[in-house]
Ligand binder design. Sequence first.
Ligand code: BT5
Length: 327
Amino acid sequence: MKKTNENVHKLLKILNDLEYHDGSNLGEALGITRAAIWKLIKKLKAYGIAIQSCQSKGYRLLKPLILLDEKKIKAAHNTAKMHLEIFEKIDSTNDYLKKQALSMQQIAICLAEMQTAGKGRLNREWYSPFAENIYLSLRYPLTTDISQLNGISLLAGLAICKAIETLFPMLKPHLRVKWPNDVWISGEKLAGTLMEIQAESHGNCQIIFGIGLNVNMQQVPKTSITQKWTALTKATNTYIDRNPLCASLITQLIAYIERFLNKGFKDFQTEWKKRDALTQRTLRLSTGTQDWEGDYLGINAQGHLLLRTRQGKQLSFAAGDATLLKY
Ligand code: BT5
């Protein structure tokens, strides 16, 4: 686990013009040796960054690459209330916040350029390549009793949609939430969320929202993602600076949590319905121990999924995986 090296920031700022830069000139600009530049380049290549090396001309970045930048992300927020950390490489941003014992009064945010053990639900893997996507966790201290938090995990997907459409209004008609924790564009997974709760002995609890949002990812090794996926770059046809998006995600997530604390999940039901990817679909619901098939009837005021089975029985589920069936 380490914070992003300042020299990596400086080097990429120069290479972002996609022109060749000679090792000695780069060394001069950064105040380090040519050998140190070579080492940085080697590290970036090992992270999967496409850099062309040419003995006579130097180094050239093949695609633009803007790193996460604390100043840009913080500029949009009241930072007194917030503790923000950005890592170059970490196991899991959610796990990091779970291990930290920060003041209960502060909202804590952890971002990383890459995760080596990014996780989904039920210990599934979250594929997290370097500097392509957003891996963000936000911890929010609560004094609410856990029994009052029904449905809160569904907020993250709604907040992601809102954050994206604020910056990319043309995507609004295409963004969908898929119960319980996905954001989809055209039936492909754009983002996944993982909510974890830690209860404290004196009745307080910490809630950690983890967001994995595909931004500039274009290709993945064959076996790393086991379902259809997409990324914002595909939907917008541009390279996207992740910094304004991170700021927007933080703003919206905090706003949605605070609205939930004031009004409860009921207040989000209409919004969920508008964005629901499962409306009028037939699906298979797997709980891990059993599978059910039937018609989707929406979600209830607790955020539970409602299903009418083929036998006409109505069931509600607090957790599970939903798969669309084509009939
Ligand atoms: C999720 O789980 O969708 C929750 C993902 C949460 C990831 C964030 S990243 C920041 C924070 N820190 C963490 O360690 N985690 C959170 P689930 O519904 O179980 O979906 C997992 C499945 O999604 C995998 O089995 C793959 O099929 C698929 N998947 C993995 N990586 C993906 C990616 N980058 N894009 C789309 N799908 C992916």
